[in-house]
Design a protein around this ligand. Sequence first.
Ligand code: FES
Length: 147
Amino acid sequence: MEPTEQTKQEVLNQEPFSFSEQAVRHMKKPHNFGEPERFVGHGCITGSCGDTMNFWIRVLNDRLFQVHFTTDGCVSSMASGSMCASLAEGLDASEAKTITQSRILEALGGMPEAEHHCALLASDTLMAAVRDYYVRRPQQSWMRAYR
Ligand code: FES
C-alpha cells in the first residue's frame, strides 16, 4: 500500500536526527579502542542486532585504571563503547554498575531511539568484564554485587 500524501509530509517534516558533537567525537576518535596486551577482566557479548562488543579492564587497587573496548557494530555502538570506557575509567570496580544505558545516552547527548540498544550493549559488556574480574579474584567480597 502506498503511503498517503499526509504520511509522506509527516515523514518529510521530521527532523533528521543529528548526533551531538560529543557523540561524533567518540565515533571518529574512540577512547581506548582495541584489545590491550594485559587485562584482568574480559567481557564479550553479541547483541540481538548481531553485533559483538568486547571490553577489557585493567584494575589497580580495585580501581579501573584502563578500560578498552572493540565493536564490530554501527557508529552508535562505537560512540557508546567509547563513552562507556571513558566514563568507567577511574571508577572503583564496584562503581561500574553506575555506567548504565541511560547514563551513556545522556553523556552522548542522546542517540536515535532505534540505536539505544547500542548503549545497553556497551554497559552490559562492561559489566561482563567486571564480573570476569571478580571471578578471577574470588576473594573479593564485591563479587556478590555483580551476580
Ligand atoms: S546496531 Fe548493533 S550495536 Fe548498534
